[in-house]
Design a protein around this ligand. Structure first.
Ligand code: GSH
Length: 156
C-alpha cells in the first residue's frame, strides 16, 4: 500500500478532482513521483474526516477544517528494516576484514564518514529511543551504535 493517503474532494466531472487547493498537492505528488492513495471526501464530510484522522484545522476561527490533507502511514518495520539489515551485513563483513576499529584500520577515513552519516540519519529520523534504532543498535554485535558513539565528538 502507498505510504501516503491523500484526502481530496470529488466532483462528478472528469477528472474528478476540481479544487485548486487540492490540485496543488496532487500535482506536486505526481511531479515528484511520490506514490499515494486518494481518499475522496465529500465537501460536507471534510470536518468529520479531518477530526477522525487527527488532522489539524487550517483556520483558527470556528475552527475551520479544509482539504487537502495528507496522512503518512507508518510502514511496517520489517518492510523498512530487512533491506537495511542486509545492507549493513555487507558493510559488517568489510569491518571484519579491518585490523582496527574503522573500515580501513586504526584511523577514520571518509568510508567511515559515509557509513556513520547513514547511521546518524537513521538514529535522528527514527529517534534514539525508538524501537527501530534500538533494533539497529542490536545488529552485528552493536557495531552501528558503537560507530555512532565513536563519532560523538564530531557530532556538532
Ligand atoms: N489553507 C488551505 C485552504 C484549503 C481550502 O480552503 N480548501 C477548501 C476546498 S477548496 C476546503 O476544504 N473547504 C472546506 C470548508 O470550507 O468547509 C490550503 O491552501 O490548503
Amino acid at each position: 500500500m502507498a505510504g501516503i493517503i491523500f484526502y481530496d474532494i470529488p466532483s462528478s466531472l472528469e477528472p474528478q478532482a476540481w479544487s485548486h487547493n487540492t490540485w496543488r498537492v496532487r500535482y506536486a505528488l505526481n511531479i515528484k513521483g511520490i506514490p499515494y492513495q486518494t481518499v475522496w471526501v465529500e465537501y460536507p464530510d471534510i470536518e468529520a474526516v479531518c477530526k477522525k484522522i487527527g488532522a489539524s484545522p487550517t483556520g483558527e476561527e470556528a475552527p475551520h477544517y479544509t482539504l487537502p490533507v495528507i496522512k503518512t502511514h507508518r510502514l511496517a518495520p520489517s518492510y523498512l528494516m530487512g533491506p537495511r539489515r542486509d545492507g549493513l551485513g555487507k558493510v559488517d563483513s568489510w569491518f571484519k576484514k579491518s585490523i582496527g576499529p574503522f573500515l580501513t584500520g586504526e584511523s577514520v577515513t571518509f568510508a567511515d564518514v559515509s557509513v556513520v552519516s547513514c547511521l546518524i540519519w537513521l538514529k535522528v529520523i527514527f529517534g534514539e529511543d525508538s524501537p527501530e534504532w534500538k533494533d539497529i543498535a542490536s545488529w552485528h554485535d552493536g557495531r552501528w551504535d558503537g560507530m555512532v558513539n565513536a563519532f560523538a565528538k564530531y557530532q556538532h
